[in-house]
Design a protein around this ligand. Structure first.
Ligand SMILES: NC(=O)c1ccc[n+]([C@@H]2O[C@H](COP(=O)([O-])OP(=O)(O)OC[C@H]3O[C@@H](n4cnc5c(N)ncnc54)[C@H](OP(=O)(O)O)[C@@H]3O)[C@@H](O)[C@H]2O)c1
Length: 291
């Protein structure tokens, strides 16, 4: 399986990553089960993990997911390099998800992530979501300061508009963009962001790639995905991931899982190569023409 580049970072990773969020949010597994899942995913070929300081229950639990990852790395017997991407820019009062792009918050959040991940430098740090209450360039300025201080190696943006991505790139190199994208969430194929990432060599990290915690039932029930899955002796989830991989050379889906078998199944989808006919069939079924 051919690795994909994280933009201009010089880092290449296997084409499917692990989204670690379901290990730390509501209905999460025990810490022991979560650490086991991460180790199993790494054994299955995952070498890129997506996390965030706010993958937790609420503001009293910030860093839960990052701490799990740090513990899993200590427990894991393997030796392949693993890239970790975390995020800052949200808070969790009473379990809500609230933007906070204030420079002071971003700086404190990054310091806390360094401790939680037990590292001196974060491989890739995403601004989780531009905050309408804070000028975008002020938030970016704080992230650039963190990069210049050596606390962050590479910067990415999540949930940003194309205009914000272009604005940020005038200030600093952006290696990745992270947005919701699945056969049922197709906006980024249509709003120019995936095209722009391809043109500018920016990795596009597809979050909730099988539809998200509530939307995954659509993948399970999708007739076109099940039809192609039968021919590959695969699951509709795996075909959704393989289809995303076939859509763009900069695409890196980051499926989440709280069950080990699902994490391994997603990792195994890296080896599925859909034919041109399969791609055409699924493109037509989902209404996105571009291959
Ligand atoms: N930047 C952002 O704003 C943002 C927002 C949301 C998510 N994310 C990131 O994106 C990652 C993925 O998104 P997500 O977790 O919301 O949704 P998802 O990847 O679409 O997955 C949702 C659920 O589908 C099930 N699933 C996944 N792969 C499967 C497979 N191969 N076979 C069967 N079931 C499978 C898992 O269920 P089980 O839990 O039962 O195993 C998983 O929890 C997150 O973990 C997080 O890292 C980022």
């Amino acid at each position: 399986m051919k690795k994909r580049r994280l933009g201009s970072s010089g880092i290449s990773v296997n084409p499917i990553g692990l989204g670690a969020m379901p290990l730390s949010t509501v209905n999460r597994p025990t810490s022991q089960q979560a650490i086991h899942l991460i180790c199993e995913a790494l054994d299955a070929g995952i070498d890129f993990i997506d996390t965030a300081d706010v993958y937790c229950l609420d503001d009293n639990d910030i860093g839960h997911n990052e701490r799990l990852i740090a513990k899993a790395f200590k427990a894991w017997q393997g030796s392949t390099p693993v890239t970790v991407a975390t995020k800052g820019g949200l808070v969790r009062p009473n379990g809500d998800w609230v933007d906070n792009g204030h420079p002071d918050h971003l700086k404190a959040a990054c310091e806390a992530s360094l401790i939680a991940l037990d590292t001196e430098t974060i491989d890739l740090y995403h601004f989780h979501e531009p905050d309408k209450k804070v000028p975008f360039e002020e938030s970016m300025g704080a992230l650039i300061d963190l990069k210049n201080a050596g606390k962050i190696r590479n910067l990415g943006l999540s949930n940003a508009t194309l205009e914000q991505i272009i604005q940020a790139r005038k200030m600093v190199d952006i290696v990745s963009v992270q947005d919701r994208c699945s056969p049922f969430d197709l906006d980024y194929f249509r709003n120019g962001i995936i095209d722009y990432c391809e043109q500018q060599n920016i990795a596009f990290l597809a979050y909730s790639p099988v539809g998200g915690g509530n939307g995954k039932v659509r993948t399970e029930n999708s007739h076109p995905l099940n039809k192609v899955a039968q021919a590959f002796d695969a699951t509709p989830y795996q075909i959704a991931l393989a289809w995303l991989l076939g859509k763009s050379p900069v695409m890196i889906p980051i499926p989440g899982a709280s069950r080990v078998e699902n994490a391994i199944s997603s990792a195994d989808a890296m080896s599925i190569k859909l034919s041109d006919d399969d791609m055409l069939y699924l493109n037509q079924a989902f209404g996105v023409a571009k291959t």
